[in-house]
Design a protein around this ligand. Sequence first.
Ligand code: PGA
Length: 245
Amino acid sequence: MPRTPLIAGNWKMNGLRESLAVVEAVGAGAPEGPDALLCPPTTLLAATAAVKGARLAVGGQDCHAAASGAHTGDVSAEMLADAGASAVILGHSERRADHGETDAQVRDKVEAAWRAGLLAIVCVGETLAEREAGRASEVVQTQLAGSVPDGADAARLVVAYEPVWAIGTGRRAEAADVAEIHAVARASLAERFGPDMAAATRILYGGSVKPDTAADLFALEDVDGALVGGASLKAEDFLAILRAA
Ligand code: PGA
């Protein structure tokens, strides 16, 4: 089953209003073919949605599980949708590390994203210690089992495999390792949700994806795009990755 590649940019805690020039440049230059998504900080979400153009979608970087209420500083999935988002990144390793997010909490956030009509991009990935202990596959399987709710389908779920040690380090995982974990992730989805769902669900790679490494990555059978941090902050780099997809 053909899967439309998705290139998602994660600006993390970067970007001021001046960064809207990057959004405009990406929106104007995005090629036809792959789905292009930018996830700016929440402060820029509505302004990004206003200037992005038709070829670019916009997403959040996290959401609360509840729709509204007494949760100072948090943002709900409904609020992201209201600001113009069509997707949200959930369970990023920086949130798991900085905020102690558990698989169960991520699962509740995915339910919230679906409730608000958002595509959920669920991040999984092992630490260096886990990889060196030979536990990478097992960690990814466990995170997927715990973070993805029942009833998942390819229209509402994207999985992002992001080895923690490759994020922001310039150290990309070897192609064989990426291929292996993506196959493991797809097999886990097939076992739980059936072969059709697994064949249709996009699995992105993330971790130091750059213009010069993107094409090799996208040539791998089970890699359906990328979650891009640092390189999504520069329009020309993000566009080069989009063109490689
Ligand atoms: P990076 O970040 O591309 O800067 O390594 C990827 C991510 O954390 O999503």
